[in-house]
Design a protein around this ligand. Structure first.
Ligand SMILES: Nc1ncnc2c1ncn2[C@@H]1O[C@H](COP(=O)(O)OP(=O)(O)OP(=O)(O)O)[C@@H](O)[C@H]1O
Ligand SMILES: [Mg+2]
Length: 890
């Protein structure tokens, strides 16, 4: 009981320190218990709270929230080009006063500070008085005529700087943030493309702090909105989220009445709130519409949602020509970390953004990320063991170190007769660790009571959930939000890796951005001691989240599974524990982590193919937000080319989706080009360097060049012959079909089978090896894919004219190429005949028959030996029986 009081006192102190009022805090703790997060959430969303938000400083004098109206504007709406006035022109006096010179409040409006503003049409005046507020903040008026001179002036920056310092503890804006804010101050639309974790949120949070108007943020996930609201509340900024996840029905009303500075809302909800938002714009004022994770807007975006495309309604509904009280259109700010040129263009078009939209483009390059590709046959326990040995060992070592440190504490405390300290890290002691072979026998799966099999991935998590009934389900059904979330965590990416050069000028890096590549700093990163830290493992299926998390738990790693089908309470708990570093590894589908702001994630592992390089970069980008070295590892499964999962795509989208998968595959197969370079250039940015110096290709160097003249010659010759075979006269294969000669179009397997038959030397060469060669030849233009879609593996190779010319070349001329990863792997693990089943010869071939029979004989002999093993094994029933029988015999 006393302990409880102590923890309540601690929570109360923390909350008051955050700036909440004592009475609010007490009310919240009575309602939700001594949990900071729950109490904050209760306060900001509870209908019981009157003032709804914390004061940004406990002792600040409060001022009553006031509405800041706008008056009729004469701005006209030109078709096509949107006239965009500067944001200062939005600044209006508080209604209903209609004085000639007005100053706006500078003290908090629901915890927000405002800069002063001018009445519409008012001419220059330097008079600066604050009639309304007894605020400690200095009021300030920007005279309209001088605005242009002042807009990038130190005064504006100083104000932002003060706000940053006060609310977030930052010393200054990053250059891209400044650029985005300058655009907003100029009342321009902006498209902000900045790397994951670079601080995009601040670009739309500052306008709310600076103006006292509302910023409406369109965000794709409830969990993301919730995270951001909590964070803002902790920084003394009032925010709320609306949508199906909001359990308090009064929040929407309060938001529309202007009681929150930042409103997060999903696209589906905002579409029904246009009317109330227009009234909000008229009363308190809306400073900005921010569309976060804007790649979701594009039909080529990797998590495209159709309702995003209806967001153009924001432009239409908040145009100055449609709303008389607006002087100019409310600016739009679209933000994303991963958008190819095609996606960017689609965003601009779909949102009807202005022709003068400011593009704030920072480098996609993340200097502290170390990319690498490993090769694996995923999904079996055997590969888990092999692939994750290093990871498990690193956690184990950490625990031993932790244990030693703890022991030191114990010894010290023993001296001081204090035995209460010295707990040992780790959920299972070494003695409790189980070998992977035990896994098969485990019966840890259980139902959570809702008929959902939770598995034992994290017994602690689920047990604690059972104890603690969580009242608010922040991570409620994203299902309501997403059109078909069933597919969300398995859906295929749908973006287009278009690196076309058209409009390159538009997509030049912002000049103010510092070049991120500093070789000496990068090399220094490598010398720093590496931390074990939290890990996210992305797997392609829900099932595998469970099996892999369970595998980690067996080794004493604090791991949990995360996929959209698990109970929401579990998901929420995983989020929470991961953020609090109570979990070491989260094994998740792509449903986990969008916009997750956890600074110390040290490793992002993709165990299986991602759906696109864009999705990969977005997910990998969740590592190392603290700027320290972090690893992004892709386990490429060579034997299983990525495939498309069912989805409602148009034919064109399917085509593009295959193209994206194919790009992914090539990234995994690549052995020559620096990984960071491949990724950055994929987004249309000129990397400008040959090496990132950290990735596996840069560190290991490319493989040896190989002269594949003979192999290429054979491949093209066989292909050409097969192609000739199906030709009809001079016509193409398609002509042949038209003329009624239904011949089988040569496919890749047929070509490889023919090579094996005709060239015994290559009888045992792996099909994957030939696939690798085929991709190289395709890149060189010697063959092309005959199917109507590009796929990761070439299905219907066709020789090109260039390929046929190659056949005429001098046999003595070498043909040097860098082998791809699958080719290297195939040659390093030469298979015997007996393992080949797909090339049709099977038992008919004497050599295969001989090998298989030999294999069979060996297996038989091994089996014969087994009884003697059982004889020795007294742990098994069979062993004991055999022993008994043998004894009797003797
Ligand atoms: N000017 C700044 N100075 C120092 N730190 C900053 C600054 N701006 C933002 N940050 C920090 O950067 C981190 C990442 O911010 P944020 O979540 O906005 O990133 P993001 O760009 O939205 O990432 P994502 O693409 O993953 O959504 C936060 O912890 C934030 O506190
Ligand atoms: Mg973000």
């Amino acid at each position: 009981m006393e302990g409880n009081n102590v923890s309540s006192d601690h929570v109360i102190a923390e909350l008051i320190e955050m700036g909440f009022e004592f009475s609010q805090v007490i009310e919240a703790i009575e309602a939700v218990g001594p949990s900071i997060d729950n109490a904050v959430d209760f306060i900001i969303n509870s209908s019981h709270t009157k003032n709804t938000v914390p004061l940004s400083r406990p002792n600040r004098s409060t001022s009553t929230a006031r509405t800041l109206g706008k008056r009729a504007s004469t701005s006209s709406c030109s078709s096509g080009r949107v006239k965009q006035s500067r944001i200062m022109e939005h600044f209006q006096p508080p209604r209903p006063k209609r004085t000639r010179i007005q100053s706006a409040p500078t003290a908090s409006i629901s915890g927000l500070e405002s800069v002063s503003r001018h009445a519409e049409g008012e001419k220059a005046s330097s008079s600066c008085t604050d009639h309304n507020l007894g605020s400690e903040m200095e009021p300030c008026v920007f005279p309209v005529d001088n605005l242009r001179d002042q807009e990038i002036g130190s005064d504006w920056e100083q104000k932002v700087s003060n706000l940053l310092h006060k609310h977030f503890g930052f010393s200054s804006l990053k250059s891209f943030q400044k650029e985005a804010l300058e655009a907003w101050l100029d009342n321009q639309d902006s498209l902000v493309l900045a790397a994951t974790g670079s601080g995009k949120s601040l670009c739309f949070q500052v306008p709310a702090l600076l103006t006292g108007k509302v910023v409406v943020v369109i965000s794709p996930l409830i969990s993301l909105m919730h995270d951001q609201c909590l964070k803002l509340a902790k920084h003394g900024v009032s925010a709320c989220f609306l949508g199906s996840g909001q359990t308090d029905s009064s929040v929407e009303q309060k938001a529309m009445n202007g009681m929150y500075g930042v409103i997060y809302v999903c696209p589906e909800t905002i579409l029904r709130l246009i009317g109330p938002l227009q009234r909000l714009a008229e009363n308190r004022g809306i400073a900005l519409f921010a569309i976060d994770e804007a790649h979701c807007v594009s039909k080529w975006g990797h998590d495209f949602r159709p309702d995003y495309r209806r967001l153009s309604v924001l432009r239409e509904s908040f145009r100055a020509c449609n709303l008389k009280f607006l002087k100019s259109d409310i600016p739009l700010m679209a933000l994303t970390a991963t958008a190819t040129i095609r996606v960017r263009e689609d965003i601009l078009k779909s949102l009807c953004m202005s022709m003068e939209t400011k593009i704030v483009l920072t480098s996609f390059f993340r200097p502290n990320l170390r990319f690498s590709v490993k090769h694996s046959r995923t999904s079996s326990m055997k590969s888990y063991e092999k692939d994750f040995r290093e990871l498990i060992d690193s956690y184990k070592t950490q625990r031993i170190v932790g244990k030693k440190e703890d022991n030191t504490v114990v010894h010290n405390s023993e001296d001081e007769s204090d035995y209460s300290t010295g707990s040992v890290n780790g959920s299972l002691s070494d003695a409790e660790e189980t070998s992977p072979s035990d896994l098969d026998n485990s019966e840890d799966n259980y139902s959570d009571g809702n008929g959902v099999e939770v598995s034992s991935v994290n017994r602690n998590v689920v047990t604690s959930l059972k104890k603690k009934q969580l009242s608010v389900e922040y991570l409620e059904d994203e299902l309501d939000v997403l059109q078909s979330v069933d597919e969300f965590d398995v859906a295929c990416g749908e973006f287009h890796g278009d690196t076309s050069t058209k409009n390159r000028d538009l997509w030049r890096l912002s000049e103010t951005v510092d070049p991120p590549f500093k070789p000496e700093e990068r090399l220094k990163l490598l010398t720093e001691p590496s931390e074990v830290g939290p890990t996210i493992v992305y797997v392609p299926t829900r099932k595998e989240t469970l099996s892999l998390a369970k595998f980690f738990c067996r080794f004493g790693i604090k791991a949990a599974a995360y996929n959209a089908k698990l109970p929401k309470a579990h998901l929420r708990q995983v989020h929470k524990e991961f953020h609090e570093n109570a979990l070491e590894v989260v094994v998740a589908t792509i449903a986990f982590g969008m916009g997750i702001d956890k600074s110390n994630v040290r490793r992002i592992i993709h165990y299986g193919w991602p759906q696109s390089l864009e999705a990969y970069y977005q997910e990998a980008g969740r590592a190392g937000r603290d700027g320290k070295l972090a690893d992004c590892i892709l386990y490429a499964n060579l034997s299983r080319a990525p495939t498309l999962l069912p989805s409602k795509r148009s034919e064109e989208q399917t085509r593009q989706a295959y193209k994206m998968l194919s790009d992914c595959f090539r990234y995994g197969m690549g052995t020559v080009t620096c990984r960071a370079k491949t990724l950055v250039e994929y987004f249309g940015e000129d990397f400008g360097h040959e090496k990132c110096l950290l990735c596996d290709v840069c560190v290991d160097g490319p493989p040896e060049l190989q002269n594949l003249k003979v192999e290429t010659d054979i491949f093209l010759r066989v292909l050409a012959a097969q192609f000739e075979h199906v030709r009809y006269g001079n016509g193409s294969y398609d002509d042949a079909i038209c003329r009624g000669r239904l011949l089988e179009k040569p496919n890749f397997r047929m070509v490889v089978s023919a090579i094996r038959e005709q060239f015994p030397k290559f009888a045992a060469t792996d099909r994957l090896w030939w696939q690798g060669l085929a991709r190289i030849l395709e890149d060189k233009g010697y063959i092309r894919e005959g199917a109507d879609m590009i796929r990761p593996s070439i299905k219907f190779p066709e020789p090109t004219d260039l390929g046929l010319q190659f056949l005429q070349s001098d046999p003595e001329t070498a043909f040097y190429v860098y082998p791809e990863a699958d080719m290297l792997l195939s040659t390093s693990t030469q298979k015997s005949f007996s393992t080949f089943s797909e090339w049709g010869k099977g038992w008919a071939d004497p050599e295969i028959r001989r090998q298989r029979l030999q294999g069979k004989r060996c297996r038989k002999q091994r089996r014969k030996k087994r009884p003697s093993q059982h004889h020795k094994d007294f742990r098994t029933v069979r062993g004991r029986l055999t022993a008994k029988l043998t004894q009797q015999k003797h």
